[in-house]
Design a protein around this ligand. Structure first.
Ligand code: SIN
Ligand code: FE2
Length: 208
């Protein structure tokens, strides 16, 4: 089932079935072994985020005192990010509607008290591709609005296995996580929520 939440915002409840969710959790365990979760910090102030992050793919999104950016290596280990597992490439092919592969997958881990304030995803050089999100574990209350701060927003629940994309007119929509519904899923033994966002960062290669 596919739900159009707003122009450019599409929700696929239960896109990943139980076995695909377990497969993805196993892949993320491997990724986190090679690229441990780190605590991002706000540019300028250095205030820690309440979510922990890691990445896979050629580029990873990081945030610290120096700003937000994509970089090819983990900020602590200095190692390249692990490859994107095939199940993520498949989700991108099936749902993104974009002909070139994703370059970055940001993995956010939310414990029960974590939140993410309303923000735009705008550190990419190219906004032609949508941002594609996959959720695992506890359900989150997700909020998305328009491209201006302070406009009307809609809230929806993102449950384990759900996919959501925002692109086109909604590519620069403000969005965030108001709260996590602790105990709503048994997928992750310690509870909490994993969210993966797949992004295209650079413009596609030009034909000669
Ligand atoms: C994000 O905006 O980076 C994460 C959104 C989510 O956790 O669903
Ligand atoms: Fe975001």
């Amino acid at each position: 089932m596919k739900l159009v939440v707003a122009p450019g915002v599409t929700h696929w409840p239960g896109y990943l079935d139980a076995s695909a969710q377990s497969e993805l959790v196993a892949a993320l365990r491997e990724i986190a072994r090679a690229a441990p979760f780190f605590v991002p910090r706000m540019p300028g102030t250095g205030k820690p985020f309440s979510v922990r992050m890691t990445n896979c793919g050629a580029l990873g999104w990081v945030s610290d005192e120096r700003g937000y950016r994509y970089q090819p290596a983990h900020p602590q280990t200095g190692q390249p990010w692990p490859a994107m597992p095939p199940i993520l490439m498949q989700a991108w092919r099936e749902l993104s509607g974009y002909p070139h592969p994703p370059e970055a997958c940001l993995v956010n881990f939310y414990e029960a008290s974590a939140r993410m304030g309303l923000h735009q995803d705008r550190d990419e050089q190219d906004f032609e591709a949508p941002v594609l999100s996959l959720s695992l574990g506890d359900t989150a209350l997700f909020r998305i609005g328009g491209t201006q701060r302070g406009g009307r927003t809609v809230s929806l629940k993102l449950a384990s296995g759900d996919a959501l994309s925002f692109g086109g007119a909604a590519r620069l929509a403000y969005h965030g996580i108001d709260r996590i519904l602790a105990g709503s899923s048994a997928l992750l033994p310690q509870g909490g929520r994993l969210n993966l966002t797949l992004r295209r960062v650079t413009p596609p290669p030009q034909l000669p």
